[in-house]
Design a protein around this ligand. Structure first.
Ligand code: NAI
Ligand SMILES: O=CC(=O)O
Length: 314
């Protein structure tokens, strides 16, 4: 592809990417900062043909994309591309940073599960109030765990749960087999959910997963089941979850919510048995060096006239 200008969300990221690429490999492509493209009289919106999205941006920059007449490619710093999934059908390519968060998100899924089952949040509350309080919590060992979404991160989560001697069930959009064994299809959920004690959600957000976890799904889970969401907030019907949590029947550990950020007055902050982290699955020390490496590879390929890596299909 013949690309002339790649707009970055800030100069720090652009400079870190530039530092990764030998000068002779970036000579043809202009690496600009998006805000300059906005403000500068010299560089008009017509010039920008590639945009690197800010991390987890589903708002302002995405609206601006509609105003770039020559936009050909959007590059995300995330694995999920739900905010820009509509672009390929308009002829604009989308390339993700698939893999950038695999270890971090898999770790957090395990951490949230352990923290919730072992009542670490209760212990922290007791510590803050200087109260020595004993409760008996559930062990992860022997729990019946279901992972919904068997892609890059779902597989890494399965690897991390294995040493805990859980009874693992994996669910994907359609049934299949892999080297680890059977993967169930989502159509089998009604049969599987009543026997599931921990559900880990790690699907992309798309039409088939929007509100996958709804009132019916929740009602099929046994008492005390735990829902761990490290996918996207909208995979869960939040109203249905709040209603079910309010009864005290289920537990939830959520890295992602709908909406995000969660407003101060949102009911989820106050439901019992609920642990919330602010969408930090991939936000670890491993993120920046990885994303810079991926972006440098994208720039190098674009400069060589090659297709970027991790292009999503229209
Ligand atoms: N909490 C966080 O910080 C992070 C969250 N994510 C989320 O995790 C998602 C998954 O990431 P990866 O594993 O890298 O993606 P991936 O594309 O490798 O795997 C996704 C899997 O979900 C399956 N799937 C799709 N529709 C489904 C359905 N209706 N029912 C069941 N399974 C279905 C696909 O078949 C695929 O196996 C991302 O799209 C993103 O939304 C990703 C990184 C960090
Ligand atoms: O939520 C993060 C992502 O990479 O997707």
């Amino acid at each position: 592809m013949s690309i002339t200008t790649i707009a970055f969300p800030n100069s720090e990221l652009r400079n870190r990417v530039i530092a990764q690429i030998p000068a002779h490999q970036r000579a043809d492509v202009d690496l600009v900062v998006f805000s300059d493209a906005e403000r500068s009289a010299k560089l008009s919106r017509d010039d920008v043909d590639v945009v690197v999205l800010p991390y987890l941006d589903s708002g302002p920059t995405i609206e601006l994309l509609d105003e770039l007449p020559n936009l050909r490619l959007v590059i995300t710093q995330t694995t999920g591309f739900d905010p820009v999934s509509h672009l390929p059908e308009r002829g604009i390519q989308v390339a993700t940073a698939s893999g950038v968060h695999t270890g971090g998100t898999a770790e957090l899924a395990l951490a949230l599960t352990l923290a919730s089952l072992r009542g670490i949040d209760d212990a922290v509350r007791s510590q803050v109030s200087r109260v020595w309080e004993h409760h008996r919590y559930r062990s992860l060992q022997d729990r019946r765990v279901m992972i919904i979404g068997v892609g890059e991160i779902g597989s890494a989560i399965a690897d991390r749960f294995d040493p805990f001697e859980v009874q693992l069930t994996r669910v994907a959009s359609t049934a299949r087999e892999d080297e680890r064994g059977k993967i169930h299809g989502v159509d089998e959920l009604p049969k599987l959910l009543p026997h599931t004690e921990v559900v880990v959600l790690i699907t992309p957000l798309n039409e088939s997963t929007h509100h996958l976890v709804d009132e019916k799904f929740l009602s099929q889970l046994p008492d005390n089941a735990l829902i761990v969401n490290v996918a996207r907030g909208k995979v869960v019907d939040t109203d249905a979850l709040v209603a079910e949590l309010a009864t005290g029947r289920l537990h939830a550990a959520l890295d992602v919510t709908d909406p995000e950020p969660l407003p101060r007055n949102h009911a989820l902050w106050g439901t019992p048995n609920t642990l919330i982290t602010p969408h930090v699955g991939g936000d670890t020390s491993a993120f920046e060096p990885r994303v810079v490496k991926i972006l440098a590879e994208q720039v190098r390929r674009i400069n060589d006239g090659q297709q970027p890596v991790n292009l999503i299909k229209a």
